[in-house]
Design a protein around this ligand. Sequence first.
Ligand SMILES: *Cc1c(COP(=O)(O)O)cnc(C)c1O
Length: 352
Amino acid sequence: MSADRWVREEIRALHAYKVQSAAGMIKLDAMENPYRLPDDVRAELGRVLADVALNRYPEPHPEALRALLRRSMGVPEGAGLLLGNGSDEIIQCVALALARPGATLLSIEPSFVMFRMIAAFCRMDYVGVPLRADYSLDADSLLDTIARVGPAVTFIPCPNNPTGNLFDPEVLTRVIEATPGLVVIDEAYHAFSDATFMTRVGRYPNLAVMRTLSKLGLAGVRLGLLAGPADWIAEFDKVRLPYNINVLTQAAVQVVLGRPEVLAAQTRALVDERGRLYAALEAMGVQPYPSAANFILFKVVEASRVFDALKGRGILVKNLSGSHPLLSNCLRVTVGTREENEGFLAALNVSL
Ligand SMILES: *Cc1c(COP(=O)(O)O)cnc(C)c1O
């Protein structure tokens, strides 16, 4: 009653971000890396984390961690760097800083739902430009919309979630050149693809590239980053809460990224598994879409029935049917370990 009276209508109209319960299930719904860290890395984490001063506030501008991230992510010399508690928080910092009345956050659809939600949190206008039926960018429609609304910021994930495909870099370049505001290429799945715009940061006054450690294998530690022009980054840094990267995250990331071969080997294994999973889905007669990420979108005849049948067999995937017209009867499966993928395929085979 009183929440109804005081909470903004646009917040009341939202549905809270839903996370499915996964107790006891093979969890293939959230693009997590399925592998454990090797025992020696776990032992080192134990030692390092035991020594972390939990009674002290974290360093607000952790230089050693920032230098490590610049090296491991290939951030160009001279670019600004913003760290966030996951890239979700970075999207929020950007929107908070840009949310003048009437300012627009533009993205594509179907894509990552947090762009629309965070626009609503921060009172930005939101515009989603539909992809074409083959999930490629509709260049004409994007450029028309950009000219019409003059977005303060445009977020484009590449590879895109939930469709898994990369976009034509030439179209992305035209978007950057035609946009008066900032363009953020969201490279959450960069580790599983060969493409990046990171090397072009600094070449345009309005290009930023966002990365996260989540899909790489550290979803639980919550660390994302935005590399971009120093003037934009300096402004976003002002709306970042001072201690957003906690002490355990700072320490754990330095241990794990200090052993780059570990996550690199896991990433290669997942890319191999993705190929096997794709071929098996195709052989089964469901329609998989090509993926440059650690998940595969596929189309079945009756997504809700198949989703429930998989769940009944202990396999959790994501049902996207109903979330966008281009996703009708689509399910999204995260690439897991060999055993998890075999379990999923066996269950799917008797669930169609
Ligand atoms: C998962 C995902 C993110 C969010 O990642 P966090 O760093 O865990 O907040 C951002 N963008 C896309 C496209 C994603 O799929």
